[in-house]
Ligand binder design. Structure first.
Ligand code: M6R
Length: 357
């Protein structure tokens, strides 16, 4: 039930700190060690390449997960949109492992790939919120998100849960490969939990940002680099699906290769700046669009902030910043849709789970 919240989406956004705590609890044993079935670890550790397959928001979580698996566990990883993979299968490695990411576990496009992967005799792991779902039953292994039912069509808590579970999995696989990542993931996720709590408590500020930047606009652009680029893609999807504002996310460096032609007086640009290595370059991109009249909303992280940033998220491990920065974008999208009179929980033309190809 929605309880005191006006919409399921708002409730589910606010549930995210609790979801992080559930994940921490469920993926830890009594000694505080990370807990994932040995059979899963063995199969993942045996793979020479991982193919992540998903759709929509789950695909965006996969993009973040790829960074964990490559940077922490050292396993080459590709992320694919399921509906494309089915018709245009990439050249597979010798020992591939498929990871399906799906909140519902019922997405037909992803299932079509699973059927093909099984036909080819490859191992598979489904990361889902729904135990007993089709993708869970049909894959070799399952990791559960422990996010609780997600009712709103716009996925929020499943996305952060997917990223947290992928982070834990990557750490475990790194250990299996004898690698020390230097990251103590449970305390880091603890910091993430505190940071998400601070942001949901700041919801009135996100409402103000939605008013200042998105109340009447026709379109909006999200820019970021590296991890922030992926979060921008998710921010744009969230905004477009519930507010019907035409929104696009792209890599900051790509601006000058075309998209900058769309910038007009007052065009909102939501820029994410949570990554030290690219902090100055993304800010350079912001200057480029401001010079053409854009209205910049800059979301940065403590330690990297500049004067006049629109919102500064608490500091967390750089690789985990998507778990936190996305919450600002979820709330901004929610309030933008609300103020524009949209049916937040049930946007037009969309279904919660897409069971047709
Ligand atoms: O249940 P799944 O995670 O497989 O669903 C995939 C997409 O249909 C889903 O994430 C969709 O993009 C959401 N409506 C986004 O908010």
């Amino acid at each position: 039930e929605k309880g005191t919240y006006d919409h399921y989406m708002l409730k589910e956004i606010h549930e995210q700190p609790g979801v992080m705590r559930n994940i921490i609890q469920n993926y830890q044993d009594d000694n505080g060690e990370l807990k994932i079935d040995k059979a899963i670890i063995d199969d993942v550790a045996k793979a020479d390449r991982i193919y992540i397959v998903a759709c929509g928001t789950s695909y965006h979580a996969g993009l973040v997960g790829k960074e964990f698996i490559e940077k922490w566990a050292g396993v080459p990883t590709e992320v694919h949109v399921a509906s494309e993979f089915v018709y245009n299968m990439p050249l597979l490695s010798e020992k591939p492992l498929f990871i399906f990411i799906s909140q519902s576990g019922e997405t037909a496009d992803s299932r079509a790939v699973l059927v093909e992967a099984k036909r080819l005799g490859h191992k598979s792991l489904t990361i889902t919120n729904v135990p007993g779902s089709t993708l869970s039953r049909e894959a070799d292994h399952t990791l559960i998100l422990h996010a609780g039912p997600e009712i709103a069509v716009a996925s929020t808590k499943a996305y952060t849960a997917q990223i947290a579970v992928l982070a834990i999995l990557s750490q475990v696989v790194a250990t299996a490969h004898g690698k020390d990542t230097g990251v103590d993931i449970i305390p880091e996720l603890g910091k993430v939990t505190t940071a998400i709590t601070a942001i949901v408590d700041d919801a009135p500020k996100m409402e103000q940002i939605a008013k200042d930047f998105l109340e009447t606009t026709r379109n909006a652009f999200f820019i970021g680099r590296t991890m922030d680029y992926y979060v921008g893609l998710e921010g744009a999807l969230k905004l477009k699906e519930i507010s019907y504002i035409q929104a696009e996310g792209f890599a900051g460096g790509e601006l000058k290769h075309g998209t900058i032609a769309l910038i007009e007086e007052g065009t909102p640009i939501i820029a994410l700046a949570t990554q030290e290595k690219v902090n100055l370059s993304i800010r350079g991109n912001v200057k480029e669009v401001v010079a053409r009249g854009a209205n910049p909303c800059i979301i940065s992280m403590e330690g990297l902030e500049h004067d006049n940033d629109t919102y500064v998220i608490p500091v967390v491990h750089e690789m985990l910043s998507p778990l936190v920065s996305v919450v600002t974008l979820q709330l901004i999208s929610y309030y933008a849709a609300l103020h524009r009179g949209c049916d937040v929980d049930k946007p037009r033309n969309l279904a919660k789970s897409v069971t047709v190809e």
